[in-house]
Write a protein that binds this ligand. Structure first.
Ligand code: ADP
Length: 262
């Protein structure tokens, strides 16, 4: 069903988590960007429009500077994101350039998505970029957002964008190939939940464990994102972005994921 869902969708929001973009040492994985842009090009060639929501500014900052990793001071964290966001976009720009695709950056705060005028402007910018074949790459503007006024995680941001754009599909690429009944990193017998039609039931049946150090929301925010989009009739797929050519694999049915249906 995952394959059919992707093939049937014309407007797709793809969210990439920090762990997907980086390797074990916490450094941006350049190979990922090149492999990812090729897969997006293949989707574009199938007539699909793509919006990317990407995390990873902080990890890109750490990987560029090689320091400040453990600084907990808010200003350092925000400065790190300011440095890292440029590196992140540079990685996207270079890899998409190889596919002859232009990208455009949009940085958002929670306020932008609660103000009707700003929301309209965001929509118009997105539509213009997409109509011109440019791929928008969206991230939360971490250098200006503080905890109290933050969306806080890109799973929820991606869901909001999917709803705003009236997307046909939200695809979350994480370091895990789906939702399990318990944290698979701690339990080798955890079972992948491949098709979810009742999120309330899922929540009452699974246990949620810790996420890795650079992930922000863990599996909880992925389920929140699924709740947000399925409410508006948009399906969501959670799959492992660390798997080589994951999108192609999902289409070819050689890879698995979790599919949340409205
Ligand atoms: P991302 O960086 O892609 O946003 P996160 O690290 O924040 O990813 O969240 C995914 C992580 O959530 C998984 O790697 C896993 O360690 C953890 N997790 C906890 N409970 C579960 C569960 N029941 N099913 C799947 N993953 C879980």
């Amino acid at each position: 069903m995952i394959s059919e869902t992707i093939l049937d969708s014309r407007k797709i929001v793809i969210k990439i988590g920090s762990n997907t973009l980086s390797n074990k040492e916490g450094i941006l994985n350049k190979d990922f960007f090149y492999a990812f842009s090729k897969q997006v090009k293949a989707l574009k060639d199938k007539g699909k429009q793509i919006i990317i929501v990407s995390s990873g500014a902080r990890i890109a900052g750490v990987s560029t500077l090689g320091k400040w990793k453990r600084k907990e001071d808010l200003h350092y964290k925000q400065a790190l994101c300011a440095i890292g966001q440029v590196e992140l976009m540079d990685s996207f720009r270079r890899s998409f350039k190889d596919e002859d695709i232009l990208i455009g950056q949009i940085l958002l705060t929670k306020d932008d998505l609660s103000d009707p005028n700003r929301t309209l402007n965001i929509r118009n910018t997105l539509f213009t970029l997409l109509d011109e074949g440019v791929i928008p790459v969206i991230n939360e503007n971490d250098s200006v957002s503080v905890d109290e006024i933050k969306i806080g995680d890109n799973d929820n941001l991606a869901a909001m964008i999917a709803n705003l754009w009236n997307a046909d599909l939200l695809l979350l690429l994480s370091d895990i190939d789906g939702v399990y009944d318990k944290n698979p990193h701690e339990n080798s017998d955890a079972i992948l939940q491949e098709k979810i039609t009742d999120i309330e039931k899922l929540k009452s049946e699974i246990s949620i464990g810790e996420s890795s150090s650079f992930g922000t929301g863990g599996i909880r925010t992925k389920i929140e994102a699924a709740e947000k989009v399925t409410q508006y009739g948009i399906p969501m797929i959670l799959a492992c972005g660390k798997t080589d050519n994951i999108i192609t694999g999902l289409i070819d049915k050689t890879e698995k994921g979790s599919l949340f249906l409205p």
